[in-house]
Design a protein around this ligand. Structure first.
Ligand code: UDP
Ligand code: MN
Length: 269
């Protein structure tokens, strides 16, 4: 092993996206945290996009999954993300949504704390109780990490999942339990493989109020998110407002540096 082993080199970061989000959600990612993890990050989508391919150095994978928000389509994408990861030699798989900001240096620090030779399922739950389902007329409860907050799996674990959910079989699992992709992943890991989720509260989805994340703890957080629906839910950062930066992600939280304001024009258009 090289002495100055760059841990980030060991990570494969997947961003789940869809054709109609390419121009609305990806520019802010590409201008910010993607720049710190260009070699590690890949966009998993459902349409061919020459421009996206060009600005990401070819880091776009067309999963050929359908471009809908259906459970099957999302399980299809997640299963391609996991299958492609196994084709790499990377030690860690980290999934995020296209409305996540990844604090790259913090992610690096997190993964240094765990050995990828072990089975690790790192993420944040968004339900107060474990999920209870009825499978084969048996009650089962399990936890799952919210996909929209981002989660990481060690290679050892993804290898164990492969016979059960690899090669597209995650879709069948989703069909069987009738639940979304992130829940299906939790079902495979916690229920079928009996490996427990390690809760990491620094992953964040827009299911939580983003404004509750304290400013002085920003640099310890692993991910952020936003939603701009009727009731906007965004990280509370000084200096930007709704008009100049609707997502509040152009602020490079990890280094407390402002990304140039010229970026902001791109976000809006
Ligand atoms: N997504 C997708 N296909 C769709 C709709 C959404 O792959 O047809 C992806 C989207 O790019 C995002 C994730 O699924 O990464 C969650 O979508 P969104 O944030 O729009 O909805 P949420 O489930 O968070 O309310
Ligand atoms: Mn979302």
């Amino acid at each position: 092993l090289p002495v100055n082993d760059d841990l980030l080199e060991k990570v494969f970061i997947t961003v789940k996206t869809t054709g109609r989000n390419h121009l609305t959600r990806l520019p802010v990612i590409i201008r910010t945290w993607f720049q710190l993890a260009k070699k590690q990050t890949w966009f998993f989508t459902d349409t061919n996009d020459q421009h996206l391919s060009q600005v990401t150095g070819g880091h776009v994978i067309n999963t050929n999954c359908s471009a809908t928000h259906s459970r099957r389509a999302l399980c299809c994408k997640m299963s391609v993300e996991l299958d492609v990861f196994l084709e790499t030699k990377k030690k860690w798989f980290c999934h995020v949504d296209d409305d996540n900001y990844v604090n790259v240096p913090a992610l690096d620090e997190l993964l240094k704390m765990y050995n990828p030779i072990g089975d690790w399922y790192l993420g944040r739950t968004s339900t107060p109780k474990p999920l209870q389902i009825r499978a084969k007329s048996q009650k089962t409860t399990f936890w799952f990490a919210t996909g929209g907050a981002g989660f990481c799996l060690s290679r050892a674990l993804v290898l164990k999942m492969a016979p059960i959910s690899g090669n597209g079989k995650l879709m069948a699992i989703g069909d069987r339990i009738g639940l979304p992709d992130d829940v299906s992943v939790g079902y495979v890991i916690e229920h079928l493989l009996k490996i427990q989720l390690t809760r990491v509260e620094q992953f964040h989805s827009h299911l939580e109020p983003m404004r509750l994340i304290k400013k002085d703890l920003f640099n310890e957080q692993l991910t952020f998110s936003y939603s701009l629906d009727n009731e906007p839910n965004t990280v509370d950062v000084d200096g930007f407002n709704e008009i100049t930066d609707p997502t509040r992600l152009t602020f490079n939280v990890s280094k407390f540096l402002w990304i140039t304001t010229t970026v902001i024009g791109h976000v809006k258009s």
